[in-house]
Ligand binder design. Structure first.
Ligand SMILES: Cc1ncc(COP(=O)(O)O)c(C=O)c1O
Length: 444
C-alpha cells in the first residue's frame, strides 16, 4: 500500500510528515539550477512512498489515518491556525491530499513562488482569495476590465456585504493609478486586484507602476494592501508578475495550464504568509481541487512549455496571415504591439513584462455580426466554443456569447463590437489552420 503517512520516512527526508516530498529533491546539477520543464517530471513526488510507481497514484480517499493521537492533534493545530504554517501532515481531503500537494509544489516552480494552492476552479480561487481578505467597509482597488464573473463577484456579491471598489483602466500610468489609490486610501484597502492581459480587451497592466504607486500611497507596512493579479492569459510562460511587483498570482488552470479543455481548476501562488491566510479560508469553505483533477494537471504540466511554445508560434504565423487579408479590419494580437500605431504605452509594458504574445487574440472582420457569424459557421478545424488555452483552436463571438448581457455602452467602450471574433490558437499544424481561416474568410 502507498505509505502516505509514514512519519519516520517523512522525518528522514526533512519534509513535513505526510507530504510526498522526495527524500532527495534534485533541483540543481552542480551550479546549474534546473528549469521548470525539467522539474515538472518528478518534483514533489517520491516513488518509494507509492510502491515504486513512476507516476503518483490518484489518492481517492476522503480522510487520512493518523499514526497516533498526538499527531492528529498537531495536524489540527495547523489546520485551524492555532499553529502557523498549515497542517504538516495529511488530514482530510477538504484540507489537503497528496495529488494536490504535488501539484502545488510544481505550480510554485513556474514563478519561483514560495508556495501555491490548488482550487476547484479559477473562480473558486478568486472568490477564496477575496473572502480571505475583505471586511465590511473595505475598498478593493482593481484594474478594468476584469473577467466578467470577477467583476460580478467584486461589485455585486461583495457589494452586498458592504465592500466597495474603485478601478483604473488596464493601461493606466503610474500617476493615474496613484490618483485612484489615494482616493481609496481614505478607508481600508483590502486588496489591489489586477488582470493582465485583460479579458476580453487584451489590454496590459503596468504591474511595476502599480507596485510603485502602492508603495508611495501606503507608507506603513500595516496598511499596505497586497497586489494580486490574474495571469491566466499569458502565464506561466510569457508573463511572471511576481518578478514585477505582484504579491500573488491567480490562475484559471482550466486554460493553458490544464491545456486540453478537459478540466476546470484554479491556482494561487505567492508567499507562504499569504498562502497560509488563503489556505485557512479554503479549509473552511472547501474550494480545493479534487485529487483526479490535480492528477490530470500534473500530467498537463509536463507538456506545458511544449504546448504553449507551439501555440504561441502558431498564433504568430496565423496572425501574420490574417493581418494582411482584405476581409480583415484589424488583428488585436499582443505580438503586434511593437508596430501598432498609437500603442506606445502598451508596447512599453509589453517589452518590460512579457516574453511572448500568447495565442489568444481578437480578429475584427470588415462588416458586423452577419460577417462574423458566416466566418464562424464556415470554420472546419477551429471549433466554435468559448474558453481558451487548449490544444485545439477555438473561436467565439464575445458580443453574442460571453458578453451578451454586458450593456451596449460598456461593450462599445471595451471594443466588444459585432465584427469581433475571439480566437485561441492550439497546437495543430499552423498551415492547416491558415487554410481553414482562408476558406472561412472566402465564405464571408
Ligand atoms: C481571465 C480569466 N480569469 C478567470 C476565469 C475563471 O476561470 P474558471 O472558468 O476556471 O473558473 C476565466 C475563465 O474564462 C478567465 O478567462
Amino acid at each position: 500500500m502507498p505509505d502516505i503517512e509514514n512519519e519516520n520516512e517523512a522525518d528522514m527526508s526533512g519534509a513535513p510528515a505526510g507530504s510526498l516530498a522526495p527524500a532527495q529533491e534534485v533541483e540543481k546539477i552542480g551550479a546549474r539550477k534546473l528549469k521548470p520543464s525539467t522539474m515538472m517530471m518528478g518534483h514533489g513526488y517520491d516513488p518509494k512512498l507509492s510502491e515504486g510507481s513512476l507516476k503518483p497514484p490518484i489518492f481517492l480517499t476522503s480522510t487520512f489515518v493518523f499514526p497516533d493521537a498526538a499527531s492528529g492533534k498537531r495536524h489540527f493545530e495547523g489546520v485551524t491556525g492555532k499553529r502557523p504554517g498549515g497542517a504538516d501532515g495529511l488530514v482530510y481531503s477538504r484540507f489537503n491530499g497528496p495529488n494536490q500537494e504535488i501539484l502545488e509544489d510544481r505550480l510554485a516552480i513556474w514563478e519561483e513562488a514560495e508556495d501555491a494552492l490548488a482550487f476547484s476552479s479559477g473562480m473558486s480561487a478568486i472568490a477564496t482569495l477575496f473572502l480571505s481578505l475583505v471586511r465590511p467597509g473595505d475598498t478593493v482597488v482593481h484594474s478594468g476590465p476584469l473577467y466578467a464573473a470577477t467583476e460580478t463577484l467584486i461589485a455585486k456579491v461583495l457589494g452586498r456585504f458592504g465592500v466597495h471598489w474603485l478601478d483604473f483602466p488596464a493601461g493606466a500610468t503610474r500617476e493615474e493609478i496613484e490618483a485612484v489609490m489615494t482616493k481609496a486610501s481614505s478607508g481600508r484597502v483590502a486588496l489591489i486586484y489586477l488582470e493582465s492581459p485583460a479579458n476580453p480587451t487584451n489590454a496590459l497592466v503596468d504591474v511595476e507602476a502599480v507596485r510603485d504607486a502602492r508603495d508611495a500611497v501606503f507608507a506603513s507596512a500595516a496598511e499596505k494592501p497586497a497586489i494580486a493579479i490574474d495571469n491566466t492569459f499569458l502565464g506561466p510562460l510569457w508573463h511572471k508578475p511576481l518578478a514585477h511587483g505582484a504579491d500573488m498570482v491567480v490562475y484559471s488552470l482550466t486554460k493553458y495550464a490544464g491545456g486540453h479543455s478537459d478540466l476546470v481548476a484554479g491556482g494561487l501562488l505567492g508567499s507562504k504568509a499569504h498562502m497560509d491566510t488563503v489556505r485557512s479560508m479554503r479549509n473552511t469553505i472547501g474550494t480545493i481541487a479534487d485529487p483526479n483533477t490535480a492528477w490530470m494537471l500534473l500530467r498537463s504540466l509536463e507538456t506545458l512549455e511544449l504546448r504553449m511554445t507551439r501555440a504561441g508560434e502558431n498564433a504568430e504565423k496565423v496572425c501574420a496571415y490574417l493581418r494582411d487579408h482584405p476581409k480583415v479590419e484589424r488583428v488585436g494580437y499582443l505580438g503586434f504591439l511593437e508596430t501598432a500605431a498609437g500603442q506606445e504605452r502598451q508596447a512599453d509594458i509589453y517589452r518590460r513584462h512579457c516574453s511572448g504574445g500568447g495565442s489568444t487574440f481578437s480578429l475584427y472582420l470588415k462588416g458586423g455580426e452577419p460577417e462574423a457569424f458566416r466566418f464562424l459557421d464556415a470554420l472546419k478545424i477551429a471549433k466554435l466554443a468559448v474558453s481558451l488555452g487548449g490544444t485545439e483552436t477555438l473561436a467565439s463571438h464575445p458580443a453574442g456569447m460571453t458578453h451578451l448581457s454586458v450593456p451596449d455602452a460598456r461593450k462599445q467602450a471595451l471594443g466588444i463590437t459585432d465584427n469581433l471574433v475571439r480566437i485561441s490558437i492550439g497546437v495543430e499544424d499552423a498551415d492547416d489552420l491558415i487554410a481553414d481561416f482562408e476558406q472561412a474568410l472566402d465564405k464571408v
